[in-house]
Write a protein that binds this ligand. Sequence first.
Ligand SMILES: CC(=O)N[C@H]1[C@@H](OP(=O)(O)OP(=O)(O)OC[C@H]2O[C@@H](n3ccc(=O)[nH]c3=O)[C@H](O)[C@@H]2O)O[C@H](CO)[C@@H](O)[C@@H]1O
Length: 379
Amino acid sequence: MSENGKYVVLASGGTGGHIFPARALAEELNTRGYNVVLMTDGRGEKYDELFPNVKVIVVKSGSPSVGGLVGKIKAVLAITMGIFQSRKVLRHLKPIAVVGFGGYPSMPPAAAAASMGIPLILHEQNAVLGRVNKLLSGFARQIATSFDHTESPDEEITAKMVYTGNPVRQAVLPLFGKKYISPSDDGPIRVLVLGGSQGATILSEVVPAALVSLPEDLQSRLHVSQQCRKEDLERATRQYQGSLITPTLSEFFDDVAALLDACHLAITRSGASTLSELTVAGKPSILVPYKHAMDDHQRKNAENAVARGAARVILQDNFTAEELERQLIFLFRHPDCLSVMAGAASSLGEIHAAEKLADLINRFIPQKNNKEKNGKVAA
Ligand SMILES: CC(=O)N[C@H]1[C@@H](OP(=O)(O)OP(=O)(O)OC[C@H]2O[C@@H](n3ccc(=O)[nH]c3=O)[C@H](O)[C@@H]2O)O[C@H](CO)[C@@H](O)[C@@H]1O
């Protein structure tokens, strides 16, 4: 039990894109003395290490978009059961607020909160509202956005939107404001390749093919840290063999903060957390939006970074080894461009997102407690 004895419930889907921002908010709320409960799906059972001071409750839910009609019926039943389960939990905890991070597992606790009059705050990681957040948006008191260009479906929703940014994990925050040092004339060039929490096959196919085609003087300077899906590791390893490049390939890097710190250029998908981390770290990037992302949200996520000169985008259909090679030769031969991009990226970095989100929750502390906190309670 924390010092103020108050609860905040975080409701989140179980993938990295939802979980990492939820974790950053949990850490901030813990430092403010709140008890934090995370309600999520079955994957939550392995989150004890990720959320050391957080009670994790697995909530029933399902996605109506899998398994045809039977799948839909099963999902609706599971969500309904999850809502009853969540109402019981919320009745017991009496939280100040429930914060939904999107994904179907966030739906039962969020819907339960709305039905019980508990303030519901949504956090949207992408530049367009996700399915679940869109469904819940009418019931939310506030909708925190990760981008200042997040699209809104109508004016009523726009009125609830407030930019907080997308909380990034603690390990990345110290990178903010560090001076970007572009590759020296004949010094090493460090490239980081990330495909998101699940990896991305297209990056494993195209990136090695482009890099091994670079002129030898560039190849010999290249140190590449590349995330590859398990099934792509062997092929990618083979592609680098015989080149002058030093590759480090991994299914998943646990030390992304250190790799970001070291890299001169990142080649990544434009998932929300990856983008937030790139801007906080102030790193230039080539973004390859996942073309099947719901409502094309990865392309929309990338828009601001590209418009501000922080990143270049290559749409998936144009993402060939030749195109990537062309862009890389230009950037590696013009390190001053990389520096300009790094400065633009850093200007978009948001390091106070978790605090801003926690401040939103503070607004919902019942007035009496706010006054007590400020020492303004009448005798
Ligand atoms: C394919 C897809 O639909 N992805 C969606 C998913 O993101 P997804 O989880 O794929 O991608 P994000 O960029 O949001 O997050 C990936 C996270 O994994 C980390 N990482 C990655 C590789 C690695 O080796 N080690 C590591 O730690 C990254 O640093 C980042 O923190 O949810 C996001 C938030 O709704 C969306 O924006 C994405 O579009």
